[in-house]
Ligand binder design. Structure first.
Ligand code: SAM
Length: 279
């Protein structure tokens, strides 16, 4: 069956007594060109392992399965899983797991499904938890090589922002520890069934974590720095630096009156080293 045809999607769901669930962010992609463009954008090779987030009816799953060695796809909605016998029929390199992506231990999943080998993440993400999903993947400690994901256009703008841009915030700074997210292309709301209220964009990032600073230390500094966006870096760092905020900023040559949104990932690293490694 054609899982990118709105008519076929409606019939399939209706036959099973289902309808798209807003609470799970179910907007199914119904433009085959866009599906193929996302899968191409993921830049997969035949030996690659892929973790897909949010199987839905399997539109993207099928395209990923044609390009990779194995695709493990996670779907929270048990109702949809019952339809995969029809929509993913005959795809021997696809395994669908039921559950909430945020509850999966991705290191354990990688061991069990990919023999511990590095893998790619791909997905048309549910918008109600996009940031949580991205941070869950990035902070999982699993050997993730890249992330290619459909997100709300404004989230893509935030992720592609750089220090000094209005959209630069804690999410961007946290992601920049692992790599530089780029926007590949935008997608109109009309390419979905049902159409969401916003347009979307595909972001991609290759993961090359910064070495020399543990992820936890970097994240603690970013969270503290952005805790009150209008406050100076000095005031925001005070609770974490415990009386050493001034000397730490001096040693890192950072103006204590600067705001977090003006600082680069390298500067957050310097602060983390100074606080946690006394360098
Ligand atoms: N991949 C399909 C497509 O492109 O048409 C569906 C994309 S739809 C935007 C998001 C999918 O993620 C839905 O199928 C939804 O049920 C699923 N989902 C929502 N929350 C989830 C969660 N916490 N864990 C796993 N899947 C989730």
């Amino acid at each position: 069956m054609n899982v990118t045809s709105p008519r076929e999607i409606t019939c399939l769901l209706a036959e099973s007594g289902l309808s798209p669930l807003k609470k799970f962010g179910q907007n199914f992609l119904c433009d085959e060109n866009v599906v193929q463009k996302i899968a191409d954008g993921a830049t997969l090779f035949p030996q690659d392992f892929v973790l897909e987030i949010g199987t839905g009816l399997g539109a993207l799953t099928r395209a990923l399965s044609a390009r990779a060695k194995k695709v493990v796809s996670i779907e929270i909605d048990r109702g949809l899983l019952a339809l995969h016998e029809r929509t993913l029929h005959g795809l021997s390199n696809v395994t669908v797991l039921e559950g909430d992506i945020l509850k999966f231990d991705l290191k354990a999943l990688c061991g069990a499904q990919f023999g511990g080998a590095p893998f790619h993440v791909c997905g048309n993400l549910p918008y109600y938890i996009t940031s949580k999903i991205l941070l869950h993947i990035l902070e999982s400690g699993a050997p993730v090589r890249s992330i290619t994901a459909m997100v709300q256009k404004e989230v893509a703008q935030r992720l592609s922002a750089r220090p000094g841009d209005t959209d630069y915030g804690a999410l961007t700074a946290s992601c920049l520890y692992f790599g530089k997210p780029e926007t590949l292309f935008t997608v109109s709301r009309n390419c979905f069934y049902p159409a969401p209220d916003v347009d979307s964009a595909i972001i991609r990032m290759e993961l090359h974590p910064i070495s020399g600073v543990p992820r936890e230390d970097y994240t603690a500094v970013v969270r503290a720095a952005f805790s009150m966006r209008r406050k100076t870096i000095f005031n925001n760092l005070k609770p974490l630096a415990k009386g050493r905020a001034k000397s730490i900023l001096e040693s890192c040559k950072i103006d204590p009156n600067a705001r977090a949104q003006e600082l680069s990932p390298a500067q957050f690293c310097d602060i983390a080293k100074s606080i946690f490694q006394n360098l």
